[in-house]
Each structure stands twice: as C-alpha cells, then as structure tokens.
Unconditional design. Structure first.
Length: 147
C-alpha cells in the first residue's frame, strides 16, 4: 500500500477509532509549544535509522485533524531499504496516531491558515528553527523503539 493510499485510508477512520494523544493539556492544544510536544510524544524512533531525516509541510483543520496529506519537502534516509522504510513509516505515524487533537479556541484562531513545518531528525542536534510553526524534533527527545 502506498503512503498516499494509507493516509487516505486513515482520514476515513473516525477519530474515535484512533488512539487518543496522551498528555494533551486540559482544554486542548493552546500554543505552538503544546503542539510540538504532542509531535515529540507521538514519534517513536526506529532502531538502525541513524542519519535519517524527513521534513514535512502541512495544514491543520479547525477540528485539529489534517487538512490534506502532509507534503514531504526534504528527506535523507540512511541504512538499508528496510531501515529507510521503517524511518519513513515512523515519521508519518504521528499524523494518524495523534491527530485529530482538540485545539483551544484561541490557538485555533492563531493557527488559521498557517503552514506548519515539521522535521524529524535521527541524528546529532544541530541549530534548528523551533519557533512557532517551524518545528524540528531530534531523536534524543523522542521515545526509542524497544530493543
């Protein structure tokens, strides 16, 4: 199944059938830091994928779900074909695992039509933009795949 077909299928599954995001603040996501923290908690870094990264652009709908599929704007996949596939799948997983999410009215108004830039990096920390809608998440912040 292609990634696009998988994302289309996931958008057809009712929100109640998806796993609810853990530790969403009471009342919902209220700011960019809350949203970034959600994506950190929802990403599991696969073993054997060191050196890989994927960068997405996407929009959130007012209901806290995806507004269309995320667009890959950059990627570098390290390792063998299996490792590359696992990293790619792990980078897409938070979109279906943790969205939609409740947004507060204030953050919903702030969010508007803002294009979000989200990068998952399994490598050493470098200077990266983490301001507002620009989010870079490094592997040392996220949970790792069990041994």
């Amino acid at each position: 199944m292609t990634r696009t077909a998988l994302l289309v299928l996931l958008t057809l599954i009712p929100a109640t059938a998806r796993a609810a995001p853990e530790s969403v603040p009471p009342g919902g996501i209220d700011n960019w830091a809350d949203l970034r923290a959600l994506f950190v908690r929802c990403w599991t870094v696969p073993k054997g994928t060191e050196g890989s990264l994927i960068a997405f652009q996407f929009l959130l709908a007012p209901d806290g779900g995806m507004r269309g599929p995320p667009r890959v704007v950059g990627k570098r996949l390290a390792g063998d074909a299996d490792a590359q596939k696992r990293f790619s799948e792990a980078a897409y997983a938070p979109f279906s695992r943790c969205l939609p999410v409740t947004l507060t009215p204030g953050f919903k108004a702030l969010l508007g039509e803002t294009l979000i830039h989200l990068s998952y990096v399994n490598g050493p920390r470098i200077k990266a933009r983490n301001l507002g809608a620009a989010m870079t998440i490094f592997a040392d912040e996220a949970q790792r795949e069990p041994e």
